[in-house]
Design a binder for this molecule. Structure first.
Ligand code: NAD
Length: 526
């Protein structure tokens, strides 16, 4: 059930950006342009995929539109069963999916397994909770329309376009796909050009689990940025975008012309705060993993640490120890793998060099840690605020550590960013208080990134990190529109306000009641 079946593997090509290196037009007749996805550790071709143009994307959206009545007609119970079948199919396919995650994205087998676990938990939560969260709800009509009942229905939007990134190529789009499907929509998914095989694989698993489903329930279109742009222009009812804020702005502009609503899940510059009363060893181990896992290519990866002066020395010692022996590689037991996107190596190198040139010190690693495919862990201290690495998303295995006088200074610096995605706090006694003062969409206290693994918690940020939420009940509500229904139950004579035949005394009565109800000064008891 995909509009983008891979074309046969064309053999190894040099490791380079697939946007520029491997988009080719196959010879002969009606052949379409294709692009290759590459293994980031070896440069080998994982698969070759069509670059789908405006017409192909329009056809995918038309197929999705045609599938809406069938999917809606299944009802909540039917959709729940289909989604749970899909999860079971993904479990049957897990070996192949984990291998593909390892090959196409570069993440280690362990991280691939974790990603698949999150995918399954989210599909299950969305499937099992959509009925409860989205069921019609009675509301009170208020005193002046007391002869009415009032109800809110939640209706699917229709066709949702999902545009995804490459760093968590299954987990990230599932946050939109599973919740949009559970809410009764059909989906057209445009995976990143770096991970099209994984995107396509999601849809083939869905089709295998549900052979009677029409092709458009979950369709995939492959290609570069222009294919994503075509999806924004193809008449979908909502776009759920995950990627950089830069691309997000282009997506918003395209959607603005048609007033297409959006979810924007963009980047972050997440802080981790270590308070005076923190367990510094636990905080240091969490920093090491939160900053370096998946080669630091995590939207909620730890990028900036603010540590209270009284515990800075033991924390930095513990962090250095936690990173001993952590080297990237492609072995199945490596802590993390290569950089997925070749161009990202230069971004990291530039940010590290800029910080060092401005007087920062490399406590671990340094410029030499940036190789030609892999980057070893880098910890920078004494980095001036003006350095690029303090301001822009790094998206590599790099963390900065700043010693602060107290937690108030840590909170002020943590909040001094245009981003606001995730944050982490380590404090034995004041974690919740500190969390409440952080200007982020999600906070984990005394652990790292836990919010992403709790399906009931909404996921998303503010500012340059975007808006809207995936996951949880709020994530389900992103994919429905409310319809309000007010029904008059009784027709008490002389009480109708919305008529030209209003009884003469009614307005005087209403005026008296209004004064009684709203004219008093509020008291604490109110
Ligand atoms: P990107 O912005 O380069 O691309 C994202 C997607 O947009 C890709 O599928 C791409 O083909 C598509 N695209 C490109 N141009 C387009 C256009 N004009 N119109 C429509 N679609 C277009 O991002 P990326 O490099 O794939 O992903 C990394 C970024 O994603 C990082 O900033 C990371 O923080 C962010 N991210 C955020 C979250 C989150 O949930 N907040 C999760 C994962 C990644």
């Amino acid at each position: 059930m995909t509009n983008a079946d891979p074309v046969p593997n064309a053999g190894p090509v040099p490791n380079a950006d697939p946007r520029t290196s491997s988009a080719t037009v196959a010879g002969g007749g009606a052949a379409a342009a294709t692009f290759a996805s590459l293994n980031p550790a070896t440069g080998e071709v994982v698969g070759r995929f069509p670059i789908q143009d405006d017409a192909a994307v329009a056809a995918a959206v038309a197929a999705a539109r045609a599938a809406v009545p069938w999917w809606v007609g299944l009802g909540q119970a039917g959709r729940r069963e289909r989604l749970l079948r899909w999860a079971a199919q993904l479990v049957r396919d897990d070996r192949e999916l984990v291998d593909l995650l390892h090959a196409e994205n570069g993440k280690t087998v362990g991280d691939a397994r974790l990603e698949l676990l999150l995918v399954l938990e989210h599909i299950r939560w969305a499937a099992r909770n959509a009925g409860r969260v989205l069921k019609s709800r009675r509301v009170l009509p208020g005193p002046f329309l007391a002869d009415h009942t009032a109800r809110v229905d939640y209706l699917p939007l229709g066709v949702v376009g999902v545009i995804g990134p490459w760093n968590y190529p299954l987990f990230t789009p599932i946050g939109s796909i599973a919740y949009a499907l559970a809410a009764g929509n059909t989906v057209v998914f445009k995976p990143s050009e770096y991970t099209p095989a994984l995107g396509t694989r999601l849809a083939t698993s869905f089709a295998a689990a549900n052979p009677d489903a029409p092709a458009g329930v979950l369709g995939v279109v492959t290609g570069l940025g222009a294919t994503g742009a075509a999806l924004c222009a193809a008449g979908v009812d909502k776009i759920a975008f995950t990627g950089s804020a830069r691309t997000g702005r282009a997506v918003m502009t395209a959607c603005a012309t048609r007033l297409i609503p959006l979810i924007m899940e963009c980047g972050g510059k997440d802080p981790l705060l270590v308070a005076e009363d923190a367990d510094v060893t636990v905080a240091a181990r969490a920093t090491a993993w939160g900053a370096m896992a998946n080669a630091g290519q995590t939207c909620v990866g730890v990028e900036r640490v603010y540590v209270a002066a009284s515990v800075a020395a033991p924390y930095l010692n513990a962090l250095t120890r936690a990173l001993e022996g952590i080297h990237p590689g492609m072995a199945s037991d490596a802590p993390y793998g290569p950089m997925t996107m070749p161009a990202q190596l230069e971004v990291v190198r530039r940010q590290v060099d800029d910080a060092l040139a401005r007087g920062a010190t490399a406590l671990v690693g340094g410029s030499a840690a940036v190789g030609d495919r892999f980057i070893a862990p880098i910890v920078l201290v004494d980095v001036p605020d003006a350095a690029e690495v303090m301001r822009d998303e790094t998206f590599g295995p790099v963390v900065t550590v700043r010693t602060v006088t107290d937690i108030d200074e840590a909170i002020a610096l943590a909040n001094a960013t245009p981003y606001g995605l995730g944050a982490t706090v380590f404090s034995r006694r004041h974690g919740d208080e500190i969390a409440a003062r952080l200007d982020a969409g999600m906070v984990t206290v005394n652990a790292v990134q836990s919010f992403a693994g709790i399906p009931a918690l909404p996921f998303g940020g503010r500012g340059e990190s975007g808006f809207g939420r995936v996951h949880g009940a709020d994530g389900l509500r992103e994919f429905v529109r409310p319809r309000s229904v007010a029904t008059r139950r009784l027709a008490l004579p002389g009480t109708t306000l919305t008529t030209f035949r209003r009884p003469p005394g009614l307005l005087a009565l209403i005026t008296r009641l209004t004064r009684l109800r709203h004219g008093r000064t509020a008291t604490p008891a109110d």
